[in-house]
Design a protein around this ligand. Sequence first.
Ligand code: HEM
Length: 464
Amino acid sequence: MNESTFYSEDPEYVKYKDNTRLNHIPGDYGKPLIGYTFSYVQRPFDLMDDLRGKYGDVFRTSMTFQKFVVALGPEYIKQLTLDSDKVFSSRMGYHAPLKHFFEGGLLMRDFAAHKFHRRIMQAAFKTDAMRNYVDTMHPVIDSQLDSWSKDDDFHFYPNVKELLLDVGAKVFLGLDLAGGETQRLNEAFLAMGEGSLAVIRKDWPGLGLAYRKGMNGRRYLDKFFLDLVPKRRTGDSANASDMATFFANETTEGGELFPIDVVSKHLIFLLLAAHDTTTAALTMACCYLADNPQWQGRLREEARAVVGGNSGNIAYDDLANMPDTGNVFKEVERLHPSVPAFMRRTVRDTEIGGFMVPAHTPVQVSPLYTQRMEEWWKDPHSFDPDRFVREEHKQHPFLWAPFGGGAHKCIGLHFADMLFKCVMSSLLLRYEISFADGDGFPDAIQHFPFPKPQNQLPLKLTKL
Ligand code: HEM
């Protein structure tokens, strides 16, 4: 097959509508049209637990205007992500909510085409490249963290979101963004996030629709990246060490550069995949660390031990010597996975948990549920990073699976761990963090599209 067909030819299975003939599988569809959407958005674990109590580990249900099969537990996460029979399409699983916003990204590609495209990212995640990213990101982190203490009404979430956008601009794109440009990029990504959840999914002008705003965001990013990629192929830039330069200069096995629009789409998806996920992890971690001075102290001591004092920056080789910080990251991703559910659609008839699941059926597995199942985890709803020292997660290889598995396993998982450790150590070496006066652990946590406290996490930062 000619390589160019990987870019353009649609496989046969994308032409079919979702299969909804599922009455042979136990379950129910909740309210007409909206199904269980609202209960899921408000209390996803409880809803899954109720439905599992009624119907067992595998059931049919409906939410966000879609009917699908849910399969709960680590064995189903394994079946769906490892996909040894090549029966689960990621592209069609995420098609309904994300098709226009994620277009051209790795999760929107399947099987041989996906493998072909994943190659574009390989050099960008090798050790030497990662080593460089650590050094590049520290000055950005330092300059922003120093300014945080000047804000009397400090909210962690918007500040860390902006910080990570600046880190991303530098590390992923090789750009020092000026104020207005950061703002416009930030707005475009935010609009796409909100657009992906919109109920009215029409790109109509003049009505202020969230979907339209999201699509305008995507059009802005398309233009921005189509300008950027050619610049990353020329002159000095081609020797730089940002991710855009790696992607822009990667070749196919046949030695051809990837087309500019293909590179551009991968970069947009990469930023989407990297930014909100790590923002969520750092924000939820700070909720628990403000609530647990003891854990906060342990992480500060760990950071002091690796930098050799009260200030300084961790280096790439220090990452392996920060087990407590790593376990806090793991525990936060267990309790509040940044990607709460994985979606796929069957490309032909298959069997799940003893039920025949017809071709073109959307299927969901749930790290959010699996990572709190009482039969596997001790005291599953409590924050206990030491459970990873006790190796509770090792009872099953997919019991803790916030980064997925198989062909689509998160390519940025080590980058995410590195970013988490760099930001967290820099923060805790500077400040003691506590909830703003009168506040306790936020009682309203939003789960979708990414976990965060609804109050944006007001924090008191006390300089050390
Ligand atoms: C806390 C941080 C993160 C979490 C929890 C996370 C989680 C995930 C998960 C679960 C998937 C697979 C979804 C599925 O199979 O349906 C995924 C895919 C992906 N992630 Fe991450 N991610 C994180 C950070 C990052 C970062 C920092 C980057 C890039 C630097 C990144 C880049 C990607 C890419 C490109 C894919 C698509 C891989 C493919 O389809 O082959 N992620 N991520």
